[in-house]
Design a binder for this molecule. Structure first.
Ligand code: AMP
Ligand code: MN
Ligand code: MN
Length: 323
């Protein structure tokens, strides 16, 4: 019954709340990923179809996610003084992760739709199901018997689901997930193009920094922890930015015998992003929450300010506590 307690408000209540509003803003977490963009755009396009005035505000995101239809609704900044009747956050675990959009969100009537274990229930209405594969899956459940789906909405939802499940591969994937994907695929979008863009296409510069990160790779605790890092200098010398490094963690996790992978990379001067992925024995959400971050049991992150050597030491010590 734990999941029911955590969700708090039902999708039916959220639907009723949305129906009573006219102008609706939607945002997702900073550094938007495939689920953040997919869930925001699908929900935005659907609510527009239902007659709402919709604005989607997202930080500038990687062109990998340009495969996701936006309905022309996305902008990167909120105009001065803009206040919607309702602000919906998707795929975001806490107010801080909404970045600058959080300041407007806080002032509005709001809904929080998410699947992070670490969700803090920062909306007026909250639906946070840690067992859902993705925010996109929850958006699908919210709209499926309410607003008719179309090819663009279906492809945005499909992209979000396959992104967060690593291509229907992670343990969060259930028979129901495949049924949802089957329902979505029937709309006839180019799933092969989406899949290849999301998982098998990277920029030359991104492949170069991956090489540097693999070169830096170390293992401790009998190979149960595999970790690596990339400094600001490494990133600049490969001609890329910190946005191009999100895939590297999966390669560290893929090393045989690895129970927990840790990748630390520079965002800006003395500010480092930490990504963690685990198998069955480490709760990386717990480890990242120790540094003010969060996420899921098997995939989490945090941002830490300080010197790289100290951050590596502190983070590895936190993971070691669980081994
Ligand atoms: P990443 O390692 O950035 O791919 O993130 C893995 C998961 O952890 C995603 O679900 C993120 O939304 C979440 N996450 C990443 N960084 C943070 C953070 N600083 N605070 C809370 N959750 C995070
Ligand atoms: Mn996300
Ligand atoms: Mn997600």
């Amino acid at each position: 019954m734990k999941a029911v307690e955590i969700m708090v408000d039902s999708l039916e209540e959220i639907k009723k709340c949305i129906e009573g509003k006219n102008s609706i803003a939607i945002s997702a977490h900073v550094s938007p990923d495939g689920d953040a963009v997919g869930a925001s755009c699908a929900l935005g396009m659907a609510l527009k179809k239902a007659g709402k005035k919709v604005n989607i505000f997202l930080e500038k995101y990687s062109d990998t996610f340009d495969v996701i239809p936006t309905g022309g609704l996305v902008s990167n900044t909120i105009p001065e003084g803009f206040e919607p009747d309702l602000y919906i956050s998707v795929d975001c675990g806490d107010l801080k992760r909404l970045g600058d959009f959080g300041k407007v969100f806080e002032k509005c009537d709001s809904v929080n739709i998410d699947h992070h274990k670490s969700n803090t229930h920062f909306g007026k209405l909250n639906y946070a199901d840690e067992y859902a594969t993705s925010a996109s899956e929850i958006v699908y459940k919210l709209i499926k018997d309410w607003i008719p789906l179309d090819k663009d909405i279906a492809s945005a939802l499909y992209t979000g689901i396959i992104f967060d499940t690593g291509g229907l591969r992670h343990t969060s994937t259930k028979p129901e997930t495949l049924n949802i994907c089957a329902d979505l695929m029937a709309f006839g979008f180019d799933f092969n193009k989406i899949y290849n863009k999301i998982f098998y296409t990277r920029k030359f510069e991104e492949a170069k920094i991956m090489g540097v990160a693999l070169e830096h790779m170390e293992r401790i605790c009998d190979g149960k922890i595999v970790y690596s890092y990339a400094t600001e200098k490494d990133i600049i010398s490969c001609g890329t930015t910190s946005d191009g490094l999100s895939e590297i963690i999966n390669y560290l996790k893929g090393i045989a015998g690895c129970e927990c992978a840790v990748f630390i990379y520079a965002k800006e001067n003395d500010i480092y992003k930490v990504s963690m992925r685990s198998g069955d024995s480490v709760d990386v959400c717990k480890a990242c929450m120790a540094f003010g971050g969060g996420g899921h049991v098997k995939a989490s992150g945090c941002t830490i300010e300080g010197k790289l050597d100290k951050i590596i030491e502190d983070v590895l010590n936190e993971v070691k506590k669980q081994l």
